[in-house]
Design a protein. Structure first.
Length: 236
């Protein structure tokens, strides 16, 4: 599993979620998206998706399983989505789960037009942006499951900004929860449980045994893009 952090964040914000999923047997991995001051995610989504593509190929080399899962928080969900839809990521990814991701765009991002050169990805999250128009729901490959999880209490990305136009598309799913703010997704026991349920609903036979064998490994659960020689015993 590869975890993708959101706008102006670092991989460290995902440590709590990674630990909860790790206790359920998932081997989670991170990717450092860099950006502002070389640390905080702010670069264009297209560039960041290429970083994710490189990271996925690295994981696939060490974990030659069929496909992996992506979990993206906020803008991280759009980055994962661009990778799947535009960079041929569909043949590598089984399931993309997004947490508070503005698939429809958030009005908070309109300020990106004022600071576009410094924070270029911000304006890409504004409603009606060229990026979001290019990532139309009907263009999401049906070989990959896309689940959007969002909260009624999220002030930055409320339900109207996160809902997928699922219609009769069985591979698209919306899950609305009553409580939890934008950042609370990353520390919520309930959200971690929902993620597990969604991923397990798509697991191939025998995957649970493989997950818990991985969890029993002495190797660390989380890894960054700078890791060296990861053990083949770990699963993505």
């Amino acid at each position: 599993m590869l975890l993708l952090h959101g706008f102006l964040a670092t991989p460290r914000v995902l440590d709590g979620l990674a630990a909860r999923l790790g206790r359920s047997g998932y081997c989670t991995h991170h990717v450092d998206l860099g950006g502002l001051f070389g640390r905080f995610n702010a670069r264009p989504v297209e560039e960041l998706a290429r970083v994710v593509a490189e990271r996925v190929e690295q994981l696939i080399r060490h974990h030659p399983r069929e496909r992996i899962n992506l979990v993206g928080h906020s803008e991280g969900g759009l980055i994962g989505r661009y990778y799947v839809q535009k960079l041929n990521g569909a043949h590598r990814v089984r399931h993309l789960v997004t947490l508070g991701t503005p698939h429809r765009g958030t009005p908070w991002a309109y300020s990106g037009h004022l600071v576009g050169r410094v924070l270029p990805s911000l304006r890409q999250m504004a409603p009606g942006s060229p990026l979001l128009r290019d990532l139309a729901d009907e263009g999401f490959p049906d070989s990959v499951r896309l689940t959007s999880i969002y909260s009624q209490e999220d002030p930055f990305c409320p339900p109207s900004t996160c809902r997928l136009e699922a219609g009769r598309r069985a591979h698209l799913k919306n899950i609305e929860v009553a409580r939890g703010g934008h950042v609370a997704f990353l520390s919520s026991v309930r959200i971690a449980s929902i993620i597990r349920q969604e991923l397990e609903s798509m697991e191939p036979p025998g995957a649970a045994r493989y997950r818990f064998a991985c969890a029993a490994s002495p190797w660390p659960v989380a890894a960054t893009v700078d890791e060296r020689a990861p053990s083949p015993a770990r699963a993505a």
